[in-house]
Design a protein around this ligand. Structure first.
Ligand SMILES: NC(=O)c1ccc[n+]([C@@H]2O[C@H](COP(=O)([O-])OP(=O)(O)OC[C@H]3O[C@@H](n4cnc5c(N)ncnc54)[C@H](OP(=O)(O)O)[C@@H]3O)[C@@H](O)[C@H]2O)c1
Length: 335
């Protein structure tokens, strides 16, 4: 008797925010394994802003999910049945296993998790996509140096909270941009940022608040949101600043595109702006993870995980990201 598989398939495409109405939940019988395949019991499924992009027909840097397909998602789980060499029952693995409780994948699609470095939860946060993204963005893309001022948007979120803490651990002054006073308080008190700025204020007030929080200007702006906040941040860059384009969540769920009117700041300050995706840097992941585990062990990193219980809540969790309702890295626990 195979494990039944609880599956969320994409069944319609959103114009705006993603929600339960775009998915169909089914309980499907598990199929027999072919040689080289494993069956995984997913424990945690990562809920990422990129999933909204994958719901569009128009491809981003990865193709969209087709209607009727299992929704694409990253997950961490345990091998419960194996016909693959090197992936024994009981091994912990990570991969793009989708919104399903018991994925069957070929051995090449499942990466072994090094349990000596951290727990399965760690592989959702500091050792997972958020941590590696933050680390690579700061060091490989921005070339971070001690003593610099780092500004990061969506600062209390999965990536942002780690950008700030890593930069601070490397001797930088760290300023976070967040939606609302509670999140500003969170990055100051829980993640040790030096200053926090609430983006829910007028352009004039936001500019003034950024100038006060970054009196010497910004050396590295780690952009998780794009649009208006990117434009505001550019008003505060220093000479030779680096702008890391990590995400553009404010521009991906049907909102009107905000034109950036001050790109001249890039020339005035001889700045560099670079987009990146962690998937292009797989060769850097092991070293980044070692460094992240070291920082955690030295008490310099902590993570806030926002878990919803049950795979059926994945569409709700995805919508929460776009309304700023998550408190830390968003994920679902598969029950
Ligand atoms: N390049 C890569 O390889 C890579 C890898 C992973 C993630 N990312 C990107 O990194 C960013 C952060 O991802 P995450 O998983 O850590 O998400 P997150 O920051 O935990 O959650 C998203 C946050 O974005 C903010 N937000 C949502 N809509 C917004 C809007 N219209 N304007 C301004 N802020 C808005 C909200 O924070 P506030 O309430 O504080 O506004 C929300 O909590 C995303 O853009 C994601 O696509 C990129």
């Amino acid at each position: 008797m195979q494990n039944a598989n609880r599956v969320l398939r994409l069944t319609s495409r959103p114009d705006g925010l993603p929600g339960p109405e775009h998915f169909t939940l089914t309980d499907e019988p598990g199929r027999a394994l072919a040689p080289g395949e494993v069956r995984i019991a997913s424990s945690f499924i990562s809920i990422d802003p990129a999933m909204r992009v994958w719901m569009d027909e128009r491809p981003g840097y990865t193709p969209g999910v087709k209607l009727g397909e299992v929704m694409r998602a990253l997950a961490v789980g345990e091998v419960v049945e194996s016909r693959a060499d090197g992936l024994a029952v009981g091994a912990w693995v990570e991969g793009t296993f989708g919104l399903q409780s018991h994925p069957v994948v070929s051995s090449g699609q499942a990466r072994l998790v090094d349990a000596r470095l951290g727990s399965p939860e760690d592989y959702l946060t500091l050792l997972g996509l958020p941590g590696v993204t933050a680390h690579l963005g700061l060091f490989e893309i921005a070339g971070l140096k001690s003593g610099e001022t780092v500004l990061v948007s969506a600062a209390s979120g999965g990536v942002g909270q780690l950008v700030g803490q890593i930069a601070r651990a490397y001797g930088c002054r760290v300023v976070g941009i967040c939606g609302g006073a509670a999140k500003c308080e969170m990055v100051l008190r829980e993640f040790g940022f030096d200053a926090a700025v609430d983006h829910s204020q007028s352009d004039t007030d936001l500019n003034r608040a950024l100038a006060e929080a970054c009196p010497n200007g910004v050396d590295v702006y780690f952009d998780n949101v794009g649009g208006r906040i990117l434009e505001m941040a550019l008003n505060h860059i220093r000479d030779f600043a680096r702008i890391v384009i990590c995400g553009r969540i404010s521009q991906t769920a049907g909102q009107p595109v905000h034109p950036i009117g001050n790109l001249g700041e890039m020339l005035v300050h001889r700045a560099r702006m670079q987009g990146f995706t962690v998937g292009d840097h797989f060769h850097c992941w092991p070293a980044a993870r070692q460094d992240l585990a070291r920082l955690r062990d030295e008490g310099l990193l902590r993570t806030e995980l926002h878990l919803l219980e049950g795979i059926e809540n994945a569409p709700v969790a995805l919508g929460m990201l776009f309304r700023g309702e998550n408190r830390g890295k968003m994920a679902v626990r598969v029950l």
